[in-house]
Design a protein around this ligand. Sequence first.
Ligand code: EPZ
Length: 430
Amino acid sequence: MEQYVIKGGTPLVGEVEIGGAKNAALAILAAAIMTDETVTIENLPNVRDINALLEAMAEIGARIDRLDDHTVKINGAFVRDVPVDYDSMKKIRASYYLLGSLLGKYKRAEVILPGGCNIGSRPMDLHIKGFRALGATVEIRGGAVAAQADRLRGNHIYLDKVSVGATINIMMAASMAEGKTTIENAAKEPHVVDVANFLNSMGANIRGAGTDVIRIVGVSKLHRTEYSIIPDQIEAGTFMFAAAATKGDVTVKNVIPKHLEATTAKLLEVGCEVEELDDAVRVVASKPLRNTQVTTLPYPGFPTDMQPQMAVLLGIASGTSTVTESIFENRFKYVDELTRMGAAIKVESNIAIITGVHHYMGARVSAPDLRAGAALVIAGLSGEGVTVVDDIHYIQRGYEDFEGKLQSLGAQMERVSTEKELQKFRFKVS
Ligand code: EPZ
């Protein structure tokens, strides 16, 4: 199995290009098959989750033409709305976006029910509530969600909880329903806006994305488009926090600073200098880190996908900090791993109480999920000694060339796949 091996203690310095937003791209790929014409998508992140979804879409008949690592042409004319129960579907939760796109276009869809993952149960009750409100019958059978409608009619839908996935899935189905749909208490994440803009570029009529009320007037047909995915705010935030944790000076490029406001605010609170440029943000961490408090919230609050990275940073800040996770019920699994690197963290219910230590010590740790894995890499980069991170396939789901980008900033780290390579790296840095 591949591992990252890291020699800590080197400040990260330089510039890094941020890729397209994984969580926008997954939904946009699913929406691309809602037309029979060809759709071109650019600035696609070349990560495992994207490649898994493209593989699943090809298996149900989508014509996929990968022009390069970051550009794809898709034609959904030959998509069959048959049960989507391929193994590739089980690889990623976001395959559930095919429910909204296939239901919208074919008025029927069946997709493997996503398994839970390591941050919580990941229910779909709000998605199902929305599809039923549009007139679909939805049932769970054989581990799959099956939705069907003679006709989809617009409706007024109130989401009991703010849900990115449910907002996007309902928006896709409603874009080809008859009449008007209103989604109240909608998620406002930048990737929700990106999916709405993408659908509108195909001829949909969606207004209000980015606010908590989205209004949709259904259309009968969608057409070709060429679209470029927005930058990934979480990849950007991850590199900004890596700069802060290693006392570095890093400029993240190809970003939308407005999407990073909550992340930037926390870096300022802990004592970093942050400079915003048009499409870049520079983080300089020359002073000792200070403690603070943070609670994860739906956008524009502090993102739950930056929660592990925040805890790693506060783990080496002076004083006591708290991190409250209000979105997922089980997103502190990495704390045990971080404790093995010398962190002083106590989790009580959904709050982590963190007493800052001077530095982390290298250890062998295992990535429990995508963002926690990236956070453990940051801990290794900032600490002393050598850290080995196992299960890096989680990290590769959402970060393109993670080690290459960090190496370009001066990180002493490698991706190894044999004990021999690991020992060679240890010898080289000893
Ligand atoms: C998306 O997940 C992202 N994944 C997650 O990123 C991200 O953490 C999350 O949004 C929150 O921002 C993708 O976009 C592929 P939710 P999603 O529906 O849509 C509850 C990453 O690291 N809920 O906004 O599944 C749910 O349990 C991943 O890239 C219901 O109760 O998240 C959670 O507590 C991790 N019923 C809360 O809502 C539902 O029907 C928010 O979940 C749906 C969700």
